[in-house]
Ligand binder design. Structure first.
Ligand SMILES: [Zn+2]
Length: 312
């Protein structure tokens, strides 16, 4: 028999990750489903239940419950509501479906909170005030304030990606213009590369041979490391805008520490150095210089299922 464990689930627009997590935060088993392969929520849930059943089959007695993170979670009524990037209509009571299937407690939170929970429960640092900013396809922030996760009335606190940073700026998927994520997400960085190519007509580098639809954040980092001027410039501009946004966030929440996570952070110092420079330049002088910005020690995938398990 295994020790007590919980199932942690991170439902994402592209992938759903499911993990069996021990009380000490060890990932005992994990598996991935391609969320978009299942046309609707019902079919997806049938497969998800099947995966969990197989995962717990060794020891159903140690199974304590399910913690889950997903986009568009209404924390007030604990449902997934009109999740645009999941293609699920209406309001889905995923808690009822899973608790009926397994007769264990099920808890749900917004996915932006998962890495905050991972840091709160599985990090030695034990900070009371910090943010985790996730830079992926979009931008999200989880905020830990006075030792508690900040949720807001409906649970949508921390929508940092949709803070408007430029008047009449780039069009955003939310229907407005100039949101932070149109600049500092992976897709934002690709838009920056495109506009830099148009701006510098003397540029002769390899980005000219690449269809922009094939470009991703990892390729921009690799090109920057190989000395490509536009890729390097795109990372610097991304860091400058991000650093200023983080300095503004500090004025609201006064954290001790800021963690960055998500695919864009694989650029490491190419992104962190300009972000820190801009952050300290824009930081209000009442805040101590000890506020630090680092890459989260939890990788997006394992960290998210660990955080989800911490809900239990
Ligand atoms: Zn927006």
């Amino acid at each position: 028999m295994l020790n007590k464990y919980v199932i942690g689930i991170d439902v994402g627009g592209t992938h759903t990750r499911i993990g069996q997590i021990s009380a000490s935060g060890e990932v005992l088993k994990n598996q991935m489903l391609k969320t978009a392969d299942y046309g609707n929520a019902t079919t997806f849930l049938e497969h998800l239940i099947g995966v969990i059943k197989t995962m717990i089959s060794d020891d159903t007695e140690g199974f304590l419950g399910i913690g889950m993170g997903a986009p568009s979670v209404n924390e007030q009524n604990q449902t997934i509501t009109y999740a645009a990037n999941l293609n699920w209509d209406g309001s889905l009571d995923i808690i009822q479906v899973l608790s009926e299937a397994f007769s264990v407690p099920v808890k749900l939170t917004n996915d932006a909170n998962l890495l905050v929970l991972a840091h709160q429960h599985f990090d030695d640092a034990l900070l009371s005030d910090f943010f985790v900013v996730t830079l992926g396809t979009g931008v999200g922030a989880g905020i830990c304030c006075n030792g508690s996760l900040l949720k807001g009335k409906e649970g949508f606190a921390g929508e940092l990606g949709h803070v408007i940073v430029k008047d009449s700026g780039r069009s955003c998927s939310c229907g407005r213009k100039g949101c932070l994520e149109t600049y500092v997400s992976a897709t934002g960085m690709i838009r920056t590369v495109t506009s830099l190519i148009a701006e510098f007509n003397s540029y002769k580098g390899s980005l000219l041979d690449l269809p922009m639809s094939h470009l991703n954040a990892k390729m921009i980092t690799e090109l920057a490391l190989s000395g490509d001027e536009i890729a390097k410039r795109a990372l610097i501009l991304t860091g400058e805008i991000l650093g200023k946004a983080l300095a503004n966030m500090v004025a609201l929440f006064n954290p001790q520490h800021i963690y960055l996570a998500g695919g864009v952070t694989h650029a490491d110092q190419l992104l962190l150095a300009p972000t820190r420079q801009s952050f300290y330049h824009h930081l209000l002088n009442v805040y101590p210089d000890q506020i630090t910005i680092e890459k989260s020690k939890f990788d997006d995938h394992e960290g998210a299922i660990l955080g989800a398990s911490a809900l239990m």
